[in-house]
Design a protein around this ligand. Sequence first.
Ligand code: NDP
Length: 444
Amino acid sequence: MSYVDEVLERVIAKNPAEPEFHQAVKEVLESLRPVIEANEDKYRKEALLERLTEPDRQFKFRVPWVDDKGQVQVNTGYRVQFNNSIGPYKGGLRLHPSVNLGIIKFLGFEQIFKNSLTGLPIGGGKGGSDFDPKGKSDREVMAFCQSFMTELCKYIGADTDVPAGDIGTGAREIGYMFGQYKKIRSVYEGVLTGKGLSYGGSLARTEATGYGLLYLTEEMLKCNGHEMKDKVVCISGSGNVAIYATQKAQQLGAKVVTVSDSTGWVYDPEGIDVALLKEVKEVKRARLTEYAAARPSAQYHEGRGVWSVKCDIALPCATQNELLLEDAKELVANGCIAVAEGANMPTTLEATEYLQQNKVLFAPGKAANAGGVATSALEMSQNSERLSWTFEEVDSKLKNIMVNIFHNLDDAAKRYGKEGDYVTGANIAGFEKVADAMIAQGVI
Ligand code: NDP
């Protein structure tokens, strides 16, 4: 049996009931086959893949807090420190009822390669909790965040592990967590990114993932003889990534006609009104029905359905496994030329294969949404320097990083005879640096 197959079997056997983690490992290792097979003896002797698929350590802890009625609630907190061979662990904190260890491990594993692709010195980690901030008062969110950080603060630090936002963790949650860290540890350091501008946050961090997604997509289109201007774009989600992806796509001359949330989706043939979307989602924290009610050109539909709309470019920006094989078939039938993942692993393996077989340009999340973590790393640099850069400085660094990421994965794919296969390219480019660093640092 090949080394890759052996390790895949072992990962499934050792981590039962973690299907998302299996999926992420399978996708990465399958596409690394050409690299692994070219160096099979060396990597096998080093047990490199076994080490890469086993987190350095993982924490699971109780998070008790008191709700507004005086009732004690208990959630579970997680932090998985996956790999720090090229820098301190770095990755977001997801607050969503679906969170479990397998989800955090899949995200942490993907983060290793994404962070490596940015070219910046950051390792891979991820964390979160099954707490749902939706429908909670600010006081309840603060109570949860303080309790969560009371435990998490033992394991993180500006040079050790630097968490950030993710689904359900925005500026409000980061603020409460940062405050609690500072109170308990008595140090003012850049231990979290995505902070508010008044206390060490970076300009352009809020916009970074969505903007970065568009910078990479634009470069991918350009290198394949297309441009963003006048393209029709379907976006899913209506959170941080989706909002700023919509904004940048429109700045680049495209028309975004859909957004969604977990209850329904909006089709707006006139183009999404970003100011209204921000008002509904960032200020009122309301459902998309409110967007549709305020916008005569918009149609609201219950359930899922974004990918049934005819478009040139599809940008899934909500959550994992939200673009299925049947959606991929519909996109291809409707003439879609490119899919770039704003979310983490939103496209299933079968859907990805179908899109690639049908010559749809496909940029995987670990490259396409790396702008968020890259700008987080820029926030870390500013905190270390005790300086703040202008929006334009950060945005131009972000753009350079995204363009470089695209060329790195394009080159890596070409080196292994897989031209145009950006999934393989991203995994190879991300892996090579981490593998070198792991081997150089010995068996640890
Ligand atoms: P937000 O919480 O701001 O928004 C998430 C959006 O996705 C919301 O519109 C939400 O709808 C929707 N959504 C969540 N779960 C589901 C579901 N099960 N079915 C349908 N829709 C769902 O998160 P972000 O925008 O920050 O993150 C979106 C994705 O991007 C995630 O995969 C995240 O890991 C990834 N990502 C985020 C980065 C960042 O910087 N924020 C960086 C890199 C990746 P509702 O409001 O109804 O829940």
